[in-house]
Ligand binder design. Structure first.
Ligand code: HEM
Length: 206
């Protein structure tokens, strides 16, 4: 029997997401290359180290703008509600595969990740602008630039760790990657992981 499907992401939403993800991978590669000499070879992804250094901040701006589009699309689905408290209190069972609470479009873990991404990107943007030579850095005293670079590196480590969890969770919960590739999920997936969203989408209880 053919599986029944529900649309979760439109083509525009998927293109938006993969632009963010592509920028992230290039930014993480070039950022690690600047930060830690054993990764310096990663600058060859951009042709030369000089090109990597020039392109990195511009790519950062593209990522922030594309993420801002995602932020405004999804923020209303990522506000914490009382079902999320149940989910968070039972996180051990959730790790064991159980579903807890009447979860809407996103569960508490996904919502937390959304806010981690938002916070890290704001810190990366602010500190990145302060440290951006030759356009903005000359307007700031050297100690401020140094603090900005420390904040930049810390937020980058936080975001990279967050994205490792985001990708792991997307692979771990079977049927999720398909949502961001084909745009659809099965009724069974929606009912199991996001029962309130399933009811909202179909107007059905089962
Ligand atoms: C690099 C590989 C990545 C993969 C494989 C991946 C995969 C996915 C998948 C499968 C979903 C759908 C989850 C669902 O609908 O339940 C999703 C949603 C999402 N992803 Fe990614 N992603 C990646 C990178 C990123 C990056 C770098 C960001 C931003 C910094 C990001 C931001 C988001 C956001 C905002 C959502 C919507 C979820 C929400 O609003 O809570 N993703 N991702």
């Amino acid at each position: 029997m053919k599986e029944k499907m529900i649309q979760r992401y439109s083509a525009a939403e998927r293109v938006n997401h993969w632009i963010v993800a592509g920028c992230f991978l290039l930014l993480a590669a070039s950022g690690l290359a600047f930060f830690y000499p054993p990764f310096f070879w990663l600058t060859s992804l951009f042709g030369t180290p000089q090109l990597a250094r020039i392109i990195h901040p511009f790519l950062g701006v593209v990522m922030v703008l594309a993420f801002a589009r995602q932020f405004f699309r999804y923020v209303r689905h990522n506000l914490i509600d009382k079902e999320d408290i149940k989910w968070l209190k039972s996180v051990k069972q959730v790790m064991g595969g159980a579903e807890v609470g009447d979860t809407g479009r996103y569960n508490a873990g996904q919502k937390g990740m959304f806010w981690v991404m938002t916070g890290c990107l704001l810190l990366l943007l602010g500190s990145g602008i302060i440290a951006w030579r030759p356009y903005f850095a000359q307007n700031f005293p050297i100690p401020v630039i140094r603090i900005a670079l420390l904040v930049h590196a810390t937020a980058a480590v936080g975001l990279i760790a967050g994205i490792v969890v985001h990708v792991y969770a997307a692979i771990w919960v079977k049927g999720t990657i398909r949502a961001m590739i084909e745009g659809v999920v099965s009724h069974a997936w929606a009912k199991k992981h996001h029962p309130r969203w399933f009811r909202e989408m179909t107007g059905r209880n089962r």
